[in-house]
Design a binder for this molecule. Structure first.
Ligand SMILES: [Zn+2]
Length: 89
């Protein structure tokens, strides 16, 4: 008899739990999508500016000096700090 009395409550609790977990999943998914969106926005901004890429520091394979990538000299697919190093490297 006791079981029959509490059975509706158990069903109700299961339904409530199911509902809450669905809500939680939905919120988490929304948060994730928001995160993705902001990440994409940041990437797009970075691509538009192009400054991060060009001001990236690279190491010269000949003298070992760090210099901005956009100021380098390319020779045989390698990036050197100066024409001098490119010739000698
Ligand atoms: Zn160099």
């Amino acid at each position: 008899m006791g079981l029959i009395k509490i059975l509706p409550w158990i069903i109700l609790a299961v339904i409530a739990l199911f509902f809450f977990s669905r809500q939680k999943q939905k919120r988490e998914r929304e948060a994730m999508e928001e995160e993705l969106k902001s990440m994409r926005r940041r990437l797009a901004e970075r691509n538009r500016e192009g400054s991060v890429e060009s001001s990236e520091m690279v190491r010269c394979p000949h003298c070992g000096t760090y210099f901005p990538k956009n100021e380098g000299v390319v020779k045989n697919g390698r990036l050197y700090c100066s024409r001098d190093c490119a010739r000698r490297g």
